[in-house]
Design a binder for this molecule. Structure first.
Ligand SMILES: C[S@@+](CC[C@H](N)C(=O)[O-])C[C@H]1O[C@@H](n2cnc3c(N)ncnc32)[C@H](O)[C@@H]1O
Length: 262
């Protein structure tokens, strides 16, 4: 009898361990992601995660302003590398959160499209822009399962695409490649893009995850640097440069959509 109990205990233990390796269904992961990002109105931790000014790390207004400033400096470098001097008219930010990028870029563009799966985050981004008298913000709320919905709203082609601190939260690596294809479709020939990913060059902590979105949200999708470089080329981008920040394993890809026959 005791042997049966031991066996039962051992099997239960093995099943518990196995649970951590069995991938969850795509719909479980996307539902969890949607619920998490949709809860910024009720959860201050999610407001911090979504980069809302005045929340958590962003009580420090200067730190919040630095987000947009840093990405704007990168945008200027992309223009230099791509030999582009004309101003940009329209841009898309994928995952605009609390508007840290939007408030810096809005004075440079006529139309700013913010694409997000969270209506609360879009509303906060719009609020920040209104406070700065920018009225051409176009919020694009998408269903996480149907990112192509953006194509119905965004009047493409646009001149610039940016996505920072978002790809690491995607439900899978393949999903991120699909969003990169959409970016390519939205951009004009010669258009520019800045995409930041979390890179994983061998750290087990950073490998892409396949379960428990809530626990793993910060590192859910990570790519090898070379892997992402090749992926953007397959999509049709010309990668101009990549900048690394090893302190957080961030890689910033500077991209250009080539003109046909360029
Ligand atoms: C960390 S915030 C980044 C905000 C802004 N890009 C920045 O750098 O300050 C992540 C944002 O991405 C949004 N997000 C998460 N998954 C998304 C998805 N699949 N498609 C579009 N937006 C998404 C979240 O709702 C949130 O607004």
């Amino acid at each position: 009898m005791r042997a049966v109990f031991h066996l039962y205990g051992a099997v239960r233990h093995m099943l518990e361990i196995a649970k951590y390796f069995v991938p969850q269904s795509r719909s479980t992961i996307t539902t969890d992601a949607s619920n998490l990002w949709g809860s910024s109105t009720s959860d201050s931790h999610v407001r911090d995660l979504s980069h809302w000014i005045g929340e958590g790390r962003w009580v420090n207004e200067q730190a919040w302003n630095r987000i947009g400033q840093m990405h704007f400096e990168m945008f200027k470098k992309i223009c230099l590398l791509a030999n582009v001097t004309q101003p940009i008219c329209s841009m898309v930010e994928w995952g605009s959160g609390g508007g840290a990028n939007a408030v810096r870029f809005c004075s440079e563009v006529t139309t700013f499209y913010g694409v997000d799966i969270s209506s609360a985050n879009l509303a906060e981004c719009q609020r920040q822009l209104k406070m700065r008298n920018f009225c051409n913000f176009r919020p694009v709320l998408i269903d996480i399962e149907e990112p192509e919905q953006c194509l119905r709203v965004i009047e493409s082609p646009v001149d610039f695409f940016i996505s920072t601190a978002v790809y690491q939260h995607f439900p899978s690596k393949e999903y991120g490649i699909h969003i990169t294809e959409l970016a390519h479709r939205l951009l004009a020939d010669g258009g520019l893009a800045l995409i930041q990913i979390r890179y994983n060059d061998g750290f087990p902590r950073l490998r892409a995850k396949r379960r428990n979105y809530y626990k793993n949200v910060v590192t859910f999708a990570a790519y090898g640097i070379h892997e992402f470089w090749q992926a953007v080329q397959c999509v049709g981008f010309d990668p101009l440069a990549v900048i690394l920040d090893p302190s957080v394993c961030y890689a910033y890809f500077f991209l250009k959509k080539e003109r046909p026959n360029a």
